[in-house]
Design a protein around this ligand. Sequence first.
Ligand SMILES: Cc1ncc(COP(=O)(O)O)c(C=O)c1O
Length: 474
Amino acid sequence: MKLYEKLASDIEEQIARGVFRAGERLPSIRQMSRHHELSITTVVHAYLLLESKGIIESHPQSGYFVREATAAEQPELRISQPIAVSSHVDVSRLVLSTLRSISAHDAIPLGSPYPDPTLFPSEKINRRAYSIARRRTQWGVTDALPPGNPQLIRQIARRYLQNGTPIDPNEIVVTIGATEAINLCLQAVGKTGDTVAVESPTFYAMLHAIERMGMKAIEVATHPQEGIDLDALKEVMDRQPIAACMVMPNFQNPLGFQMPDEKKRALVDLITTRRIPVIENDVYNELYFGDVHPSSLKSYDSEGYVMHCASFSKSLTTASRIGWALPGRYRDQVEKLKFLNTLTTPTFPQLAIAEYLEHDGYEHHLRQVRKLYAQQANMMRAAVHRFFPAGTLTSQPRGGYVLWVELPAGVDSMKLYERALERGITIGPGTMFSVGDTYRNFIRLNYSYAWSREIDEALKTVGQLAADCLRERR
Ligand SMILES: Cc1ncc(COP(=O)(O)O)c(C=O)c1O
């Protein structure tokens, strides 16, 4: 072995052992030459060799860095294969107790479903709220009768136009979060005992809506990068009556995929031909990592079978609880159910958000968080692959702020969740995302919080706990 090859091999070993981590800078050529008492040329050759192997990369004027493994190099999640039978849904107790312990603990919030609240432009929204409160002291219920505050409805319609999907403002029904929008849409098109087709895994708000109605869910195979499998969905529809489908085509929680446009179009064609409404949960649509705002199913819908639901909870303010539905041909039923359900949506946050949207630079705020989430998604994936047991697989989010992690079979995510909680760390156990037990060895991690040593350490701890779980099983 030549000298430079020996040096390259030593550095490679150090990287494998975690002495130098992905994204970190290696010592400069001069420092390396001094420490190892080797000529500059030898070090340069060693670095060039490591670069040609794809282990490190040079950043002009900054030096050499350990490369983050690219998405293509990390093994991919497989398409899910759920047992496609319709089942009663009973997940809310588990989800509620998990969310309670997540919020009750002053813990590292890797299990939180919400983004880091410090990223929200809360001061600006509060300023709007104070100003409204000063201007107006009398409020009546009639200020916000369904469909909702006209000023906010106008702003929401403008946002869709700006994002390339013009909508009819008269279709909007303002709701208390996307949760109410989803609940009302499902209630408008189904009844107790009906079956609803969902992605697998699926976000638990969808399962809650089904549970609330005493309906059944049938999970459909879902591709980790393209979304629900349309052939599998057709088969399910051929086999039994389906009252509705519930999907999240943009940055699905927990998988993070963006369904390709042609597939979105094909899904809308399918449900339109069969006259089966689809409830589209689009709460993450503003949080994309690419250059272009993603299309929605709504944008391909000419017959009104798409019931589109969204909110500001993930992109602007969680606490205000403002969402909306664009329920297509079911609009009047949804509006009536909104009235029967909660009468109105509180006026005050509607107005504060409307004024913020009009004056305070929403797009600027979004540009910043999109960039941050895209970077942190990569950092969290790299950290998981560094710290978790061999064989761990991760999703490749295209937007949003959650990572789906498949641990080796045998790791019980409920046990992992409890042990992590004892150490002041929360994670989202996979069992919350399915009616069956399919995702027992999966967890969901939130990467919206500013990257820190604590988060890095927390991931290391979770990785070690997962390795302990595996050892105990053997
Ligand atoms: C995917 C998804 N859908 C819906 C919701 C609920 O939205 P909201 O808080 O606006 O009710 C959440 C919240 O965590 C979510 O992550």
